[in-house]
Design a protein around this ligand. Sequence first.
Ligand SMILES: *Cc1c(COP(=O)(O)O)cnc(C)c1O
Length: 401
Amino acid sequence: MFNQKIVDSFENKETPFYYYDLSLLKSTLTACAEAANRYNYHVHFALKANFNDKVLAAIKAQGFGADCVSGGEVKKAVETGFTPQQVVFAGVGKSDREINYALDQNIFAFNVESIQELEVINELAAAKGKTAKVAVRINPNVDAHTHHYITTGLDENKFGINSWDLPAVVEMLKKSKNLSFLGIHFHVGSQILDMNVFKSLCVKVNEMQAWFEERGMPVKVLNVGGGLGVDYQQPDENPIPDFEAYFKIFADFLTVKPHQEVHFELGRALVAQCSSLVSKVLYIKNGIKKNFAVLDAGMTELMRPALYQAYHKIENISKLKVGSQKLEDADSSTLNFQPSTILYDVVGPICESSDCFGKDVAMPETKRGDLIALRTAGAYGEVMASAYNLRPDIRHVFSED
Ligand SMILES: *Cc1c(COP(=O)(O)O)cnc(C)c1O
């Protein structure tokens, strides 16, 4: 992602900022669209992963829909120009205000997560003289084999409707005059790299759609959620996820009838690799046991390490090796050759011990003023930025600027 030219262009930029490689974003979106189109699959982008305006514009231009988990995201999707037909709304705690707003926008579907929510949407739709299209989010009790904080499809998780409640759901749907049943929805977790998880999901979806259809409830939409993971360890080697292999699992194992559409809700896989958090070293503290590199970015700019022990590759981009650059292009006076590395705990300035990006990170000898990149930060990065410690708003730099 970084070469000397890009790093040089950062010279007068105030840090920290999120750097976006828009051409990588576009190639990722194209790769996903081509793989999905092979099977006529519909892709919705999960806005919660990244709602930066330029990112959303690229995603909309690609023709993807919008998967929202709050009224604010529904509003953002509408303002970005996604058509109501492209917008779905999930979430375990939709407020009346959010439901009313989404009803006013005539969105494509509510992904409903409880029996009580069905009741409330029916009432609110009735008050407006409308029919709400609903998909039932089912908790399939499939283990995503991912970090427990980002597992969502087990019986003990708060998401979705558990199988033992489904007979009551059918009863409710049949008697609710202002609900129209669209289909079934699943989302089992995030950062999933083991394709067997999606295979198990397909088996569950097949079981569930048969169950609904046996009860006289035609399932028009099979929404299998998102969750495809990315390579946090080797972002330069694997900048684009293997969408071909991902969609092929569903093509091989999901039963799809002619009257059905298959929907996906990808977040991380589409945006994680296209952005890095770029930060400056404020201080180096050399201790007896530890060397600390204190950055001007912290958990307020990138919370994933503090929140779920997430790994981000950390690079001192002021000490880029010649690497892939041609030697004759390299101005040796500006390039440093650093044969040996030192271990640093890379930390932020926030008054919390969990404000640590990485322990014992091997870097060339690092100095005050060096630029540090936290890679693969495009998903669940700037969207989680907070004002804790009265930190300023996060800045951005785009590759085309
Ligand atoms: C977060 C979320 C997604 C996207 O998950 P990724 O792991 O980023 O692909 C999809 N659907 C729902 C309902 C979600 O909450």
